[in-house]
Design a protein around this ligand. Sequence first.
Ligand SMILES: [Zn+2]
Length: 419
Amino acid sequence: MLRAGRSQEEIRRHNLGALLRQVHLGGPVSRTVLADRMGLNRSTIMALTAELTSAGLVREERPTDTGKAGRPSLVVRPESDRVYVLAFDVRVDRLVAARVGLGGTVLERMEAVRPRAGADLDDVVGVLAGFARRLHRAASPDAICVGVGAAYCGMIRPADGMVRFGPNMGWVDQAFGAELGHRLGLGLPVAVGNEAHLGALAEHERGAGVGFDNLIYLHGDVGVGGGIIVGGKLLDGDGGYGCELGHMMVNPHDGRPCGCGSRGCLEAEVGEQALLDAAGRSADLFGREGVRTVVEAADLGDLRARDALRRIGDWLGIGVANLINLFNPGMVIFGGMLREVYPGAAAQVRDRVEANVLMISRKARLRVAALGDDATLIGAAELAFAKVLASPLEVLSRSDGALGGAPGADARPHDVMIR
Ligand SMILES: [Zn+2]
């Protein structure tokens, strides 16, 4: 709600951003619908659209035959090919980069498999910068990069994208965001976020959680991360390190040891290793591939694999029941490897919710991530779009969209990372 006393100019800027957000998240839409949704009259919508059109952010088209009599309202579309962001995703076992157009279209995507052992900041940034150059070269000459975002599998200081703690790579206080920004040479800051936080935002804005302003996203990999959306906003805590749902205690007495030094944390009981151990899988099967072999075996009737999924489901259900009692979400979403595990574990999770959640909160929906494995990448793209959506014209006037020849920009990703 706009407070009284705002200048006309402030209102105009706010409305420009709000209109662009409607088109970015909702896709092509008629001026009439925009006027309804935004509570503005049609001449205001026309003026705002004209400004965004002349800035090259949207275009207006006559809709294809609507079948109705009279002159149809023009449809406003995002300029997805012309205005884009670079999105990166540093995962436990791979590095992903994409050029994502306004409107959320993934225009192009690249990835390299990454060994699980520790990784050097310089190597990782070199691979991502190499990807960025290739993505940029593929864009049309008049295309403009308006932001850069990255998801990282660890704890991130939001202000500058510093990786405070990245256990999978052995990173402590590594200036990831600053270094990536330098190597890209775009003159744009790199916004970095925790992968599960960004997965939660993406599922909220574009995935299973659209329309749910209170939801919980649980992201499984080696560990388990989380994102909690309350009132439409991410609950990220005092320093931005909140929602470490994987370290919620669920099994204090006989719990498995956790990477954090404690025992019986949710991630120790439901993470990848817990599943593989319960299913009796050998140590050379791991990662998503290992998880899939267990899920597939269970589907084919393998009793040990089925028991393993049930065991995981029981602990997961305890965690989910606690979270539902605490936050009363409209939806709980399972992403990452939990997306694959959940269907075989759903009965146990539901039983726990039935048994342990206060009756009035039990109607929370339980769903798998609609954006699949790219939830975190899409979240990074949305982080990158945040500034242009907040002040469209200002960001555009500052962007030149050129990738400079920063040092290391020609890094050869395949030499460094692909095994
Ligand atoms: Zn822990």
